[in-house]
Design a protein around this ligand. Structure first.
Ligand code: ZN
Length: 82
């Protein structure tokens, strides 16, 4: 008898940071700031390290993806449609 109840409700991890850092000038900003107070650049949400992401970084990612798929498409064309 007497089952022990192990700490309920204490497992919630803090998923949000209270602050984040500007990726350009390392100014500490409030979590919801969208413009850096130090350098006036746009900043995104905090990443897993509490550093704001640079908005527009996805563009570089997408263009890299496009470049790679274009290259692969060219390879496919060169190899199979010779
Ligand atoms: Zn800044």
């Amino acid at each position: 008898m007497g089952e022990q109840q192990l700490g309920q409700g204490a497992r919630e991890l803090p998923r949000r940071f209270m602050t984040k850092k500007c990726p350009y000038c390392s100014t500490t900003l409030g979590y919801d700031e969208t413009i850096c107070l130090g350098c006036k650049k746009k900043v995104g949400e905090a990443n897993e390290y509490g550093i704001a992401v640079k908005p527009g970084a996805w563009k570089a990612y997408v263009s890299a993806l496009v470049a790679v798929s274009a290259f692969l498409g060219y390879l496919y064309y060169a190899i199979f449609l010779n």
